[in-house]
Design a protein around this ligand. Structure first.
Ligand SMILES: C[S@@+](CC[C@H](N)C(=O)[O-])C[C@H]1O[C@@H](n2cnc3c(N)ncnc32)[C@H](O)[C@@H]1O
Length: 277
């Protein structure tokens, strides 16, 4: 019988099955403990661009995951509401950001009334969804006039450390999951400043400023870079199938491979700051 990935059946998304949709189910703990090593500094970088001071502002962290963005905003005095498609990701939040409430919700159809937030943020979420313009429109709808929408996605340039780690994984039998390959294709359509700015304009946002930068996430120790990377669901599910010694061998190889790149880890990130009119 033909599988869903059979080319004869066409694009699974067009068939109504989105392989990337629930990719983060069950990923909460690994994300909070490991992937956040990079995502927290990335959140700090994005929030640092906010045109409103967060103190006492009502803020939505959409696609919050385990709360990396919300934690930064809560530390700055914001009243944070988190939402994510995955209950498990929200449960992985160690409670740092959850000053407000957390809701399982799709960014495509947010369960909030119009204009109820001062600031809405989507950290590395729009690159996951089939309709990023729809997601941005929803962020704009729930944000008051004059409020701010912030969003980040990864840029086109792939960090050498990521390539090196993935190459080691492949030699050890890892295959990128179908959802991850689908996500890559989707992300490529939103990986440049022009693409993200265009999406913001189509979503009706104004005063859009978009920058593509290599962000110093402070991970200069190759072991930490590997730990962050191995905390991501496209890898952690595979690692969980291995024995402790097999895992340890892969970690050691990956650390060596990152060292060999001889470059610092500065992921390319595209960030949007826009206003709601
Ligand atoms: C790369 S993680 C980023 C998490 C968090 N913003 C951070 O910076 O650590 C992407 C998150 O988006 C969530 N997500 C994916 N599609 C979504 C959707 N349609 N609506 C809401 N959240 C979604 C995933 O469950 C996951 O938690």
């Amino acid at each position: 019988m033909a599988g869903l990935s059979d080319p004869a059946l066409g694009d699974p998304v067009l068939l109504g099955v989105d392989p990337a949709r629930h990719a983060y189910a069950g990923a909460g703990h690994r994300w909070a403990d490991d992937a956040t090593l990079a995502y927290r500094p990335l959140a700090e970088h994005l929030v640092g661009r906010c045109a409103l001071t967060p103190n006492n502002r009502a803020v939505l962290d959409a696609g919050a995951g385990t709360g990396a963005v919300g934690a930064v905003l809560a530390a700055a005095g914001a009243l944070v509401t988190s939402c994510d498609l995955e209950h498990d990701m929200l449960c992985g939040d160690r409670g740092v950001s959850r000053a407000g409430s957390a809701v399982v919700a799709d960014i495509a159809a947010l369960p909030f009334r119009n204009s109820m937030f001062d600031i809405a943020v989507a950290g590395f979420v729009l690159n996951h969804v089939a309709d990023p313009v729809g997601g941005l429109s929803e962020l704009g709808r729930v944000t008051r006039t004059g409020g701010v929408v912030l969003a980040s996605v990864f840029g086109e340039e792939r960090a050498p450390a990521k390539e090196a780690i993935d190459a080691v994984l492949v030699t050890r039998g890892w295959q990128a999951p179908t959802w991850y390959r689908a996500l890559h294709e989707r992300a490529a359509a939103l990986a440049t400043s022009d693409q993200l700015a265009g999406a913001a304009v189509r979503a009706g946002l104004v005063e859009a400023e978009v920058d593509c930068t290599n962000v110093d996430v402070g991970l200069d120790d190759p072991a930490l870079i590997v730990r962050y990377r191995f905390g991501m669901p496209q890898v952690s599910v595979f690692l969980d199938t291995l024995t402790a010694s097999a895992r340890a061998a892969i970690v050691a190889d990956a650390i060596e491979a990152v060292e060999r790149t001889g470059t610092s880890f500065r992921p390319s990130v595209v960030e949007l700051v826009a206003r709601v009119s």
